[in-house]
Design a protein around this ligand. Sequence first.
Ligand code: GDP
Ligand code: MG
Length: 198
Amino acid sequence: MSEELKILFAGAMGAGKTTAIRAISEIPPISTEASNSDRAECDKEETTVAMDYGEITLATGEKLRLYGAPGQPRFQFMWPILAAGALGAVVLIDNSRADPLGDLELYLNAFRPLADAGAAVVGIGRMDSFPRPTLEAYMERLAKLDVVMPVIPADVRRRDDVLQILEVLLQQIEAMWAHDETVSGDANPGHRSPEAIS
Ligand SMILES: Nc1nc2c(ncn2[C@@H]2O[C@H](COP(=O)(O)OP(=O)(O)O)[C@@H](O)[C@H]2O)c(=O)[nH]1
Ligand SMILES: [Mg+2]
């Protein structure tokens, strides 16, 4: 079976999943935007109803498939379906929302297996204009939830910021594989390390 390198972008409506995938995809991203019927949750014209899809090729020539999960809690049923077989997840948080730490908890729980495996990172948006919760507050909340994962401030409208998030995620995954190989003594030829993004 050929290995599909699938990365998932998760987070609330307006957190920037569609923007992040658009910023780095080397193909025109596929997006299923529709008129937003949920202005109470997030005041924007359009929102993603099914998912986003984009692609980026690593320096190794391997293609990462980038999926954006629909953020609305009513689409929760789709999250485990999209997470199945994912290499890793990026949880995007909009720090201007009412309860960003609550958002973190919701999306983290949805993608908990990936987080527990060390294959997830958190990107925090709009920290420049909304400095609270602070990075320390995020780390404290993660510690309470018994999870260790990188928390990175990012403006997903900037390609370099999104690439940095992805790079940290791939480093995490690589470290996890190296650890697995040490533990099992098995070089697992099916796993090739992702390398720096071109
Ligand atoms: N001012 C500001 N706007 C941002 C920042 N990050 C994302 N945005 C905007 O927030 C919106 C996010 O929308 P979208 O990508 O559709 O979110 P999605 O629902 O998660 O797919 C876009 O209009 C972005 O331009 C940020 O750091 N600062
Ligand atoms: Mg979207």
